[in-house]
Ligand binder design. Structure first.
Ligand code: FES
Length: 327
């Protein structure tokens, strides 16, 4: 989990009108979008992201994208993968053209690169490369020891691959699943000192596999820092009914909405931070359940999930009816 602060709904985001200055393919289904802000930006901090307002499923929504790099004082680059089964935010972003305007936040950072480790492993899966590129550049500038692992299903699905090969040379290890099978962290861990740190960004199943290898090697959990995208579940999203104890509120969460936004909409003022199932701040207490919980976070342990007493409202779901308790 990254360093923790939290957001209270309605506070904190300052929206600015940014212009689209360039849209270029970064690989098969990813576009790189250069945005220009109306104000100068602070120097790029590795791991930072911006929020943008999109129209998804007919309504306004917020999406976060890692900043790949800054270009001059007022421009930065993000990259967006098109998700054909998503809620529509990526389609909105892929429809942007040069000259379009959109509301965007200034960069913030939940995935801070901490200096001082004896060695770093930077591990990116697919579009997860976006925050990792800046980390590799920052470590190179610091003359720190690092290895940059870039994992993907096939080269055409890996954004910026040719340019990263040229830029990082031997410091970049490219692993293509279609050619080499699943990535095995163990042999690489064996070459790293005990206090080495890993920074990982990729889909949840990749992170879970890396966490398992990390733990099996006896490495301290806190030295593996991560950012994920997408909620992990093999199950389709179904509507489920929610009662909020002590508040006398009931509502239905439709398949395309999440519990956190529904709680917020009904004035329950839930706390949250990452909105990716990583920090656990949005976890609500489960009082009773008629159906199943569908945990999609990476915060709760296997034991906590099995106990079924908590649910991360930003990504996890239920089937049937659930009663939750909120102060
Ligand atoms: S807001 Fe971080 S886990 Fe839900």
């Amino acid at each position: 989990m990254h360093g923790l602060s939290y957001s209270v709904p309605g506070q904190g985001t300052q929206w600015l009108e940014a212009s689209v200055r360039a849209v270029d393919p970064a690989c098969d289904d990813v576009v790189a979008i250069e945005l220009e802000y109306p104000v100068p930006l602070q120097a790029h901090e590795a791991g930072s992201h911006i929020k943008v307002q999109v129209i998804a499923d007919g309504r306004q929504a917020t999406r976060s994208y890692s900043v790949v790099e800054h270009r001059g004082r007022q421009r930065l680059l993000i990259a967006v993968r098109r998700l054909d089964n998503g809620q529509g935010g990526s389609k909105f972003m892929h429809a942007l053209r040069v000259g379009d305007r959109l509301r965007a936040s200034l960069p913030g950072n939940h995935f801070v690169l901490l200096p001082g480790a004896p060695s770093y492993m930077l591990i990116a899966g697919g579009i997860g490369v976006t925050p990792i590129v800046g980390m590799a550049r920052a470590l190179r500038a610091l003359r720190a020891r690092f290895k940059f692992f870039y994992l993907g299903r096939k080269p055409e699905a890996m954004p910026f691959l040719p340019r990263l090969l040229a830029e990082f040379g031997e410091d970049l290890v490219v692993h293509i699943d279609a050619q080499a099978g699943p990535f095995d962290l163990q042999p690489h861990l064996a070459t790293q000192p005990g206090a080495a740190e890993a920074y990982v960004c990729g889909p949840v199943p990749m992170l879970e596999a890396l966490q398992a290898s990390w733990a099996a090697a006896g490495r301290p959990r806190e030295l593996l820092r991560f950012e994920t995208f997408g909620a992990a579940s093999d199950r389709p999203s179904e509507a489920f009914r929610v009662s909020v104890n002590r508040r006398n509120i009931e509502f239905l969460v439709p398949p395309e909405r999440n519990l956190l936004e529904m709680l917020e909409e009904r004035g329950c003022e839930p706390l949250y931070f990452c909105q990716r199932g990583e920090c656990g701040l949005c976890a609500v207490d489960v009082v009773s359940l008629e159906g199943d919980l569908d945990h999609r976070d990476v915060f709760l342990s296997a034991d906590q999930r099995a106990q079924g007493r908590q649910l991360c409202a930003c990504v996890s779901r239920a089937t049937g009816s659930i009663t939750i308790d909120m102060p």
